[in-house]
Write a protein of this length. Structure first.
Length: 157
């Protein structure tokens, strides 16, 4: 009798252990499938993700007229950047605070032109290395220079 009880008990334990192992294996397989699916989705997201902001710098411009404490913001100035070694351009107009921003690609050279009627044009080349701030105090064009400038504009047309 003890022997039969022992056989039944051992058989029951074997069945319970088999079910437990089978269930654990099924759960493990399901978890592995979900992990693979998530990994594939992550790869797809990473492949389709283009972090452009990592390669774009914000270039801020602040324009003033006058000198010292008597300076005032220049509203309506046109600021443009032309890529010298890349096919990239950006432009903006200063607001009432004399402020505007351009978005330019890092590690490329640009030619920046600042123009506003009544002031000398500013032009400079620079390499974009990251976010940068520029402040300019524009010089008014003298009356005789304006006549010459307008003549050049007419001849250029």
């Amino acid at each position: 009798m003890k022997q039969k009880l022992l056989v039944v008990l051992m058989t029951s334990l074997f069945v319970i252990a088999s079910v437990a192992i089978g269930t654990a294996a099924g759960i493990t397989k399901l978890n592995m499938q979900k992990t693979n699916e998530m990994s594939n989705q992550q790869i797809q997201i990473d492949e389709n993700f283009a972090p452009a902001s990592m390669f774009i710098a914000i270039i801020n411009f602040q324009l003033y007229e006058g000198e010292g404490c008597a300076c005032h913001p220049v509203d309506g100035a046109s600021i443009s950047a032309l890529g010298l070694d890349i096919d990239d351009n950006d432009s903006a107009i200063t607001d009432e605070d004399g402020f505007c921003s351009l978005e330019l690609e890092i590690n490329y050279n640009y030619r920046v032109t600042i123009e506003v009627e009544g002031y000398q044009t500013v032009m400079f080349d620079f390499l974009v290395v990251g976010d940068q701030d520029f402040t300019f105090h524009l010089q008014e064009v003298e009356e005789s220079s304006l006549i010459g400038w307008n003549l050049v504009r007419l001849l250029a047309k």
